[in-house]
Ligand binder design. Structure first.
Ligand SMILES: C[S@@+](CC[C@H](N)C(=O)[O-])C[C@H]1O[C@@H](n2cnc3c(N)ncnc32)[C@H](O)[C@@H]1O
Length: 229
């Protein structure tokens, strides 16, 4: 494997983090601002009502999960349960994950990122996660050796994600079927009960991987000039 990657894995249209406004009422979570917790940081994008987030945090007290959900009514259900369970290693965030991650997450800091049953976006494939310029920014937030876990019941979404991971983003990845007794999320329970096949893609960030955002951070580097490197 090469120890240096040319900029061929990047989309011509670059993501522009400096154009995003801070999420409303944005507060940096203590785990990030105080930097005192040495637990691996895990992100979940589109956490829904929080079924996976709550059980993951409960079963992994040695890890810290930040789970983000944009839709108000789903977030309210998640937040209510999160407050009841009061897990010290879980932050439930109501926000658009794109702007929130841009403002909150440092480069090379997340050990794992879950994207479980994303919206299919079949009529707007530009909005599928691996088709978005934002995906390069997301990769910059992932630690070397870290992993993105993408799960869907839509075979064409998975076919495209697998192709994009390999061809556009040049990332090692592996695809497998989700076991039929898995129950991580509400959508997973629903699809497997209907005997649909669900697919999981595990994408790994190798040590040679570079993005144009590796030194970009919202708090101290608002001037976006790393594209010229
Ligand atoms: C199909 S649902 C799946 C929810 C949950 N992961 C599950 O499997 O039960 C997709 C979720 O992603 C959320 N979502 C989509 N785009 C998002 C974004 N940019 N930021 C935060 N949440 C997002 C939607 O609001 C929705 O709740």
């Amino acid at each position: 494997m090469t120890d240096h990657i040319e900029l061929t894995h990047q989309q011509e249209r670059a993501f522009q983090p400096q154009k995003l406004s801070a999420p409303r009422d944005f507060i940096t979570p203590t785990i990030i601002s105080e930097n005192t917790d040495d637990k691996p940081l895990i992100l979940e994008i589109g956490a829904g009502k929080g079924k996976h987030a709550l059980s993951f945090a409960m079963q992994n007290p040695d890890k810290h999960l930040i789970a983000i959900e944009r839709t108000r009514n789903k977030f309210d259900a998640f937040s209510k349960l999160a407050k009841q369970q009061d897990l010290p290693n879980l932050d439930a965030i109501h926000a658009d994950a794109i702007a929130w991650i841009v403002y909150a997450i440092k480069p090379n800091s997340a050990a794992k990122i879950f994207i479980l049953y994303p919206n299919p976006e079949q009529h707007n494939p530009n909005q599928q996660w691996l088709n978005m310029p934002f995906f390069e920014f997301l990769l910059s937030r992932l630690k070397v050796g870290g992993e993105i876990v993408l799960v869907t019941n839509i075979e064409s979404y998975m076919d495209n994600a697998e192709r994009q991971a390999a061809k556009l983003w040049c990332l090692p990845n592996s695809r497998h079927r989700v076991p039929t007794d898995s129950q991580r999320t509400h959508f997973e329970v629903k699809y497997l009960a209907r005997e649909e096949v669900c697919w999981e893609l595990n994408i790994c960030k190798p040590k040679w991987y570079k993005t144009r955002f590796d030194s970009w951070h919202a708090n101290h580097d608002r001037k976006y000039n790393s594209l010229s490197k």
